[in-house]
Design a protein around this ligand. Structure first.
Ligand code: IVH
Length: 668
């Protein structure tokens, strides 16, 4: 085929295949048999192989998956991807309705949509072309999964109008695809996915897009950002517009005149839910008018104009076989229910934390009881209650021990605590947990040294404290069970690499009481080195905004211990870095900016800067950017739809600026 004919034919095939795709995957109404689609796709692949320049970014051939990636790039969301507040009962829905009516009066309607159980995605279109797709991440920063999303056939690669906008929705795996996938995995001796949500998320987190392409994922879009100029004034019209633009939306949506109609809709779907070809975990209820949405605004975490009704979690009955006790890193004794294995919401459950003795009393749990189990938030197994009626003379009272199950020393209950603790600093269980913490991902992040390896090393007496990790030798590691030459090499390299970590990782890893990873970062930033921090007194510590008395006291006490000094010396000798390596915030004295030493709170949606940019710029000028408004706050920057933080600032008489003013001042 000559180049001109090829160009013309490729264009024809791309257009017709995209049309077939749309009919099949969005409209659910194919106009040709699959064989015809396959034939034309094959033809197009052939032409594009011969003339690679004809493979445009919207060619249907990109759906088979492109090159394998090394890692996912981070994507900062221009407007944060918030989540919704939850409702679990009719009462919660009535409360929500009351709050809405307090805000906007009685004249409004609701839009109800199915809450698809998948993962939230953001799709960016530029001049009509799908250019970037991202996960929600933490709501502010997600991951670029464009290549994987392009394999989802219900996502249009190009739309009819050359518009630039972002759409959001839920990617999911239909029930049938999920069952087929797990059947294949079982045949190949691979672990089954627990539920379609995990399967969808797992598929989109693959670096090789050809895997996602084989997983039959789909998507429902539910919101379109930047509606200005489109004439759309309600959520319902927004969804209709998405339909018109060629996106797949869920058709089971309904506008409801009031909360009673909403409740009917919710009840209806509670019944009909099993019949759907995809999983839903609730109903999303939104105030329909966009103006009224804006009027209601947002709390720090979620819009006030919407709520997610969650269907009740599946509950099953099983037998409590035993109560196991474990000793945590800080000596806390935690009882865990050992259950006769039972399937709950897709996975087999055989353990559930009972948290503490009080909870066992409160729920009146006895050994060998029949108990009701569910997964809280559909994830964490929990004992809901005991079936008292099924008791026989078999059940036995459970007594918490008086002595540590690991070291035998007497347990104590500290003031105002529900937990029992082992306070023996030499308790082997605590030391082992401390070691596991030290190597964990947010601490020293030593890859390949998980709980199992630590337990072996500790059991073999090869490590007694964290400094011993840096003395481990090849010949010791190779002796361990399930450790080959390759794993040993890798592990030694990971240990070596961890020596270079910035100070905050080491600080967090040492497990100083009350010092979490965020506080460790603050301390590292402020003091710069372990030596400087070790010398700091109460006053110096509490002068830092985020460090309270309790934490300061704990830090001082930690460094006063002789053994700590010795341990740090050993780590130093081994070559472990003791300095902070990240960007240093400018101190108030060093900065001549008007922001120096000021405590600033950002709230609402920022439109010129992202939240991270604003934070970084302010910190670079010596400001402290805090999360909540208090008497200590000097300045609040209120973006669009600012809610309770703005109200609080006004109540306390704190100075408030809009984003434009902030940008002006930052540029000075
Ligand atoms: S609206 C401001 N509508 O449920 C947030 N969310 O916490 C607006 N979800 O992860 C979300 N179906 O991805 C909305 N029809 C629907 C939805 C839906 C599923 C997910 C969403 C988010 C979670 C809400």
């Amino acid at each position: 085929m000559d180049a001109t004919t090829a160009k013309k034919r490729a264009k024809e095939l791309q257009t017709i295949l995209n049309q077939y795709n749309y009919e099949y995957h969005v409209l659910d109404n194919p106009s040709v048999p699959d064989s015809e689609y396959d034939m034309r796709l094959k033809e197009l692949i052939g032409i594009e192989e011969q003339y690679p320049e004809l493979k445009t970014p919207d060619s249907p051939t990109v759906r088979v998956g492109g090159a394998v990636l090394d890692a996912f790039q981070k994507v900062e969301h221009r407007t944060p991807m918030l989540s919704l507040a939850n409702a679990f009962s009719e009462e919660d829905l009535l409360d929500f309705d009351r709050r809405v009516r307090q805000g906007i009066g009685d004249s409004f309607s609701y839009m109800c949509e199915l809450k698809i159980d998948g993962l939230a995605v953001s799709l960016l279109y530029e001049e009509g072309l799908f250019t970037r797709g991202a996960t929600r991440g933490d709501g502010y920063v997600g991951e670029d999964i464009t290549a994987n999303l392009k394999t989802i056939k219900s996502i249009p690669l190009k739309i009819n109008k050359p518009l630039t906008f972002e759409v959001r929705g839920e990617a999911y795996m239909p029930k049938k695809s999920f069952n087929d996938l797990n059947a294949i995995r079982a045949e190949n001796n691979e672990e089954a996915f627990a539920n379609p949500r995990n399967a969808a998320a797992g598929s989109l987190r693959q670096l090789d897009p050809r895997i996602a392409a084989k997983r039959n994922l789909s998507v429902f879009l539910y919101s379109l950002a930047d509606l200005g100029g489109t004439g759309v004034v309600t959520q319902s019209e927004g969804l209709d517009l998405l339909d018109d633009l060629g996106f797949k939306t869920n058709k089971e949506r309904r506008t409801c005149a009031d909360i009673h109609e909403v409740i009917e809709y919710v009840k209806g779907w509670t019944e009909k839910r099993p019949d759907l070809p995809y999983e839903i975990d609730g109903i999303v209820i939104k105030v329909n008018s966009l103006d009224q949405q804006e009027e209601l605004g947002y709390t720090a975490k979620s819009p006030r104009w919407a709520i997610a009704y969650k269907f009740p979690a599946e509950e099953v009955v099983t037998k409590l076989l035993d109560i196991e006790l474990s000793v945590g890193r800080t000596g806390v004794i935690t009882p865990t229910a050992i259950l006769s294995p039972v399937k709950v919401a897709g996975t087999t459950v055989s353990r559930a934390s009972l948290h503490n003795e009080d909870l066992i009393r409160e729920k009146d749990i006895k050994l060998y009881d029949y108990v009701v189990v569910k997964k809280a938030g559909d994830i964490i197994p929990e004992v809901v209650n005991v079936l008292v009626d099924r008791r026989t003379d078999e059940q036995q009272e459970f007594k918490m021990p008086t002595h540590c199950p690991a070291c035998g020393s007497e347990l104590v209950r500290l003031e105002e605590e529900v937990a029992l603790r082992c306070i023996n600093p030499k308790c082997p269980a605590q030391i082992r947990e401390g070691l596991i913490h030290f190597v964990s991902r947010n601490a020293m992040n030593i890859d390949g040294m998980g709980e199992k390896v630590i337990t072996q090393l500790f059991g073999e007496n090869l490590i007694h404290d964290v400094a011993d990790i840096y003395q481990l030798k090849h010949e010791q590691l190779i002796e361990l069970e399930r450790m080959g030459e390759k794993s040993v090499q890798k592990l030694l390299a990971a240990i070596e690499a961890s020596k270079a970590n910035s100070l905050e990782r080491l600080l967090f890893g040492l497990g100083i009481r009350h010092v979490g990873s965020k506080a460790a970062k603050t301390l590292a930033q402020q003091f710069g080195s372990m030596d400087a921090l070790a010398k700091a007194g109460m006053e110096e510590l509490t002068a830092i905004n985020e460090i309270g008395d309790k934490m300061a006291d704990s830090v001082v006490t930690f460094f006063e211990q002789e053994e700590v000094g010795e341990l740090l010396q050993e780590l130093k000798n081994a070559g472990v870095n003791m300095e902070y390596k990240g960007p240093k915030p400018v101190s108030a004295e060093e900065s001549d900016s008007i922001f120096a030493g000021k405590t600033v709170v950002l709230t609402g949606k920022l439109e010129i800067l992202t939240r991270n940019e604003a934070k970084e710029k302010l910190e670079a000028l010596g400001a402290n950017v805090a999360g909540s408004v208090s008497k200590k706050t000097n300045l609040v920057i209120a973006g669009a739809d600012a809610g309770s933080k703005l109200a609080k600032a006004q109540e306390l008489g704190v100075e408030v600026w809009d984003e434009e003013k902030l940008v002006q001042e930052l540029n000075k």
